[in-house]
Design a protein around this ligand. Sequence first.
Ligand SMILES: [Zn+2]
Ligand SMILES: [Zn+2]
Ligand SMILES: [Zn+2]
Length: 470
Amino acid sequence: MSNAVRLARQELLAAAQDNPSAKADADSARAREEKPKESRGQDPVRLTSLPDPTGDHPIPHCAASAKPNEAPDAILLMESNAAALLTRCFDRAAAAIVPVIDATGGGRGTWDQRRADVTIVRPSPKAIEDAIEMLRPAVHRLRALPRETLETDDPRLILLARLFVRDRALAPRNEVKARETFVYDDDVVIPGVAAIAEQLTTLGLMERKFADKLTICPHCASARLTVRENCSGCGSGNIVEEPIVHHFKCAYQGPERDFRRGSELVCPKCLQQLKNFSVDYDRPGSIGVCHSCGHLSTEHKVGFLCLDCDSHVDAGNVDSRTIHSYHITAAGRAAAAIGSPLHDAGDGSVGGRIRAFAKRHSTLGQPCSVLFARLQTPDNVPENGHVWRQTCVFFSRILRESFTSETEIIDAPPIFLALLGCDRKAEVERHLPQIRERLGRYLALTPQLQLAVFSPDEIPGVADRPLKVF
Ligand SMILES: [Zn+2]
Ligand SMILES: [Zn+2]
Ligand SMILES: [Zn+2]
């Protein structure tokens, strides 16, 4: 832009503030400025500002204001909480897919910033221009999307398109304010985003990669645990490391404080004074002394305190949770680019699997039955703790080994189902004592084991049925 044009425009804009009729002149001056840029072949990015799309905002030359009813290429947030307007101004899909620039200056962790793809501190034309240049590849991919994708109601397709446009994965970010200690920022745009990504994984449109494994509280699933070393005698955290003194002559060794008599060291066993280091005695290491009960130990119990529910949990009883990042596959890219409706993942629920099994056998005219096993958690063992989880894993393994390899086993701890093809209920019931003996034999904990057998006609609602315990 020439200086003359710039000056003329500034005058017009200044005049427009006092005189509404000059506003039209200012607008047309702006339009004249934009024209040469377009004719230079630089395709302007259509920008919509929020909260006021018609307001006079510093739009750089590489951009133009999107016309009313025109889908923008990017959205500019100008005031705090403007992100809340996104879903009011646009369709659900467009609000999630169109790239967003946060110019509110609100800072890290704010609602606007979590919604934004690019954050700028101040909305100067230069800063906005830089942001647009960063987003240009995303805008290019956005424009390639078909209308079907931009107007879909399917959150799965919305997520695919959102990641496709941004050319990135769905990845967790550490967040101390969350009881899980991580968040997927995309969750503020598409609620329940991780579950949706799981569904897309089942369809082969996304793939999971290991991101982290968290230690979590077995009572409330919080990952906000603090670690502490506790006395293995009394459980107190009041443990102090002290050097061990070793008296050569009588071979006694113990913490230094037992030898200490003022400035001298005296062996508590033989009462001889220890004078010369490495002649009379040495210090072979250190030991933890519990100042609450006096217990000596080189190994302390590692325990956790849950900051959310105040539970003290032993290391053996904590739970764990693996979290993933989700990456769009080639098939996923194609699905976003084509915009055709996605398939259903099928009914993978326990009830669905049992019904499908019963149907298969009735079609073939074969008998079948379902063995239902439930482990009752012993008292004082948290259901979500490591020890109990291992017991369930082990039980599932024994159950598998107890039947032929074709037998479908459903794990829904503490409930386990064996789908027994070609076996009638009465036959299985006759063998229940042997089955019980075999299943119970190897369990480390001694949980109560409930077993029951169902015939196909009893299968609907099998999980809700009061159990006949054998
Ligand atoms: Zn102690
Ligand atoms: Zn001694
Ligand atoms: Zn807890």
